[in-house]
Design a protein around this ligand. Structure first.
Ligand code: UDP
Length: 451
């Protein structure tokens, strides 16, 4: 506290308004708070974070001007483009004529913003405040995203079936089918957003929630691409374990259930905070798990299956079959689950946070990417780090059953477990004193103090 008063440095952090973006930004805020900065979280009304969970931060709500109809739009990219247009002037106003408790704008030493909310950089530049961009996806995705436009111009996007397995030149191991395309709405909107997100403009540096030991080669190439310093300071959840955003009430009973299971016996299943599945996929997943005969803990988010409240379509036969072996919840304390001794595998959509969390606990994965960077992450998990099995094609119970058995019971799965444990040890070294992430974090703090 004393130091904070002495330094008087205030940072404004602007998270992207999605669960997987809010969490790492709040983790970064917690880390920077511990380095004696005062923190303001400037957030959109859309998907606003719960300020009561973070009493140490000041929260500033940016009026985003989205109508109820716009908020209901399933095309999240269209929402982002609109938000960036709407928020530019309202953010500027918030900073210059904000509430009484806001410090004068000249006390703000830097604006750190999620690359999704690039309007923040325009405002920072206008107000002559230094800014830093943060990407919450990995370095490999950031390397390949900007070439999407060029691939479209060459007629390779949408990707023709004949090219799905072809490696993208200069971006191995990524194949055309792994390109981080969105499956929300219009391709043109998406490509427009990609260009805007990747412009570095006046920002002084770029932060990545990744780790040098995982992405050495993509990071080297990003260093060459950008003229500003790049700071891979992940995994942020290890530096700030307590600053999670909870999308839903966590079901802690599942930990009691895990306590009764044996070492490495349970497969944990979750497709994150956005991905949806249809009723057929739900049934194929369910019967694949049931037929594998392995214990499972499965997160099914309410609302993730169109036209269903939750899992009311699952019949008694299934429930009876998995009664002693399955636990289904609406939202789990994922990091605790992955750290639990009973969990031996993670069937995941491969969101970047989930990927990092699994690697950090040494848990091998079944990869079922749905869209965007998840496809790049899955390809790295299966072909670069070789700690995950790819679930290819349509979800079908036979394939699911085989994949679960392979991961949990067979030699191939055990080899993946050994490799992910090796990776975990490397990550542990990175976050220790003198490790790469720790070093880059000190550099970020030094840069911020210099502003
Ligand atoms: N998560 C959780 N409980 C759940 C499912 C997910 O706490 O039941 C958390 C998980 O730990 C991760 C985040 O939600 O931090 C999901 O982020 P990710 O980048 O993996 O995927 P997204 O939700 O952005 O698709």
């Amino acid at each position: 506290m004393e130091n904070q008063e002495q330094s008087g440095k205030r940072l404004v952090l602007v998270p992207g308004p999605f669960h997987g973006h809010l969490t790492p930004m709040l983790q970064l805020a917690t880390v920077l708070k511990s380095k004696d900065f005062s923190i303001t979280i400037a957030h959109t009304q859309f998907n606003n974070p719960d300020s009561s969970a973070h009493p140490d931060f000041t929260f500033l709500r940016i009026p985003d001007g989205l109508s109820e109809e716009e908020v209901r739009n399933p095309d999240l990219i269209a929402i982002m483009l609109r938000l960036n247009v709407n928020c530019e002037s309202s953010f500027r106003e918030c900073l210059t004529q904000g509430p009484d408790h806001m410090e004068p704008v000249d006390k703000i030493c830097c604006i750190i913003y999620d690359a999704l909310v690039y309007f923040s950089e325009t405002v920072a530049r206008d107000l002559k405040i230094p800014s830093i961009a943060m990407h919450t996806s990995n370095a490999a995705t950031n390397l390949v995203r900007p070439i999407l436009l060029q691939l479209k111009a060459q007629g390779h996007i949408p990707v023709p079936d004949s090219m799905l397995q072809t490696l993208v030149p200069l971006h191995q191991p990524i194949r055309f089918k792994d390109l981080p395309l969105s499956n929300f709405g219009s391709l043109d909107y998406f490509l427009e957003a990609v260009v805007l997100m990747h412009k570095i403009r006046s920002s002084s540096a770029i932060i990545f929630n990744t780790i040098h030991c995982l992405e050495e080669s993509p990071l080297v190439r990003l260093h060459q691409r950008y003229q500003v310093p790049i700071f891979p300071i992940g995994p942020l959840h290890k530096f700030a374990p307590t600053s999670d955003v909870r999308l839903l009430q966590e079901d802690t009973d599942c930990i009691t259930w895990l306590d009764k299971q044996t070492h490495n016996s349970v497969i944990y299943v979750s497709l994150g905070s956005i991905a949806k599945m249809n009723q057929d996929q739900l049934l194929e997943m369910a019967w694949g798990l049931a037929n594998s005969k392995e214990p499972f803990l499965w997160v099914i988010r309410p609302g993730s299956i169109p036209d269903l409240e939750w899992i009311e379509s699952m019949n008694e036969e299934f429930k009876e079959c998995v009664r002693d072996r399955g636990c289904i919840v609406k939202w789990a304390p994922q990091k605790k689950v992955l750290a639990h001794d009973a969990v031996g595998g993670f069937w995941s959509h491969c969101g970047w946070n989930s990927t990092l969390e699994s690697i950090c606990e040494g848990v091998p994965m079944i990869c079922q990417p749905c869209f965007g960077d998840q496809k790049v992450n899955a390809r790295y998990l299966t072909h670069e780090w070789r700690v995950g099995l790819e679930l290819e094609g349509e979800i079908e119970r036979g394939t699911v059953e085989r994949a679960v058995r392979t991961l949990m019971k067979e030699k191939e799965g055990e080899e993946m477990r050994q490799r992910v444990l090796d990776l975990k040890r490397k990550v542990d070294v990175s976050i220790d004193d003198g490790g790469s992430s720790c070093h880059y974090l000190s550099e970020v703090v030094e840069l911020l103090r210099s502003f």
